[in-house]
Design a protein around this ligand. Structure first.
Ligand code: NI
Length: 189
């Protein structure tokens, strides 16, 4: 079996409950649509780029934003890390933690710090960060300045360079998405 559908559904329900009431930024769609899109991108890559523990990649994809986006305090983040470990295993919990930006750092330092921590994780976790940015390279919000769009593209290049070795399929996907995104630099989307 490519991955466990039972564990997928457990993690999807858990993520859907945690993100209940949240919408994708700039949209009315429930946040869980983002989460399942990242899982889909991950699963498609797993069909060609084999890993030792496909469940780790799939479950971390479904849960990847729970610690970052559904906890108000450091104590709540620590508690959720423990709960994810209990339900889904410590590998998944540690992966989700690495995929969460450290809110105590100044904002410009957060992505580099997260990429450094992801690189210390198994490559299954690298898949999720690549898949997340592939999904997020959508037409930017109309109010984003050109500089902000360029910075978002540059951040995507940094992700591709830091983690692309984990999966040729996702590396090709993110490169194509980056090129497509550049069309939005001067477009009034
Ligand atoms: Ni995400």
């Amino acid at each position: 079996m490519l991955f466990s559908p039972d564990r997928y559904v457990d993690a999807l329900h858990f993520a859907a409950r945690r993100h209940l009431g949240q919408a994708i930024v700039g949209s009315e769609l429930p946040y869980v649509v983002h989460v399942t899109s990242v899982a889909t991108e991950t699963i498609v890559a797993l069909a060609t780029d084999r890993v030792d523990d496909p469940d780790l990649a799939v479950l971390a994809a479904l849960l990847h934003d729970t610690i970052e986006d559904t906890c108000e305090t450091a104590a709540a983040r620590a508690e959720l890390h423990v709960e994810i470990g209990r339900r889904f295993g410590s590998g998944v919990a540690d992966g989700v933690l690495a995929l969460s930006k450290d809110q105590d750092l100044p904002k410009p330092a957060r992505m580099a710090d997260s990429l450094r921590r992801i690189r210390l994780q198994p490559r299954e976790v690298w898949f999720v960060k690549l898949a997340d940015r592939i999904v997020n390279l959508q037409p930017p919000p109309a109010q984003w300045s050109r500089d902000k769009r360029v910075a978002y593209r540059d951040e995507a290049i940094a992700i591709a360079e830091a983690l692309g070795d984990a999966s040729p399929a996702l590396h090709a996907r993110i490169r194509a998405k980056i090129t497509a995104y550049e069309a939005y630099f001067d477009a009034l989307s």
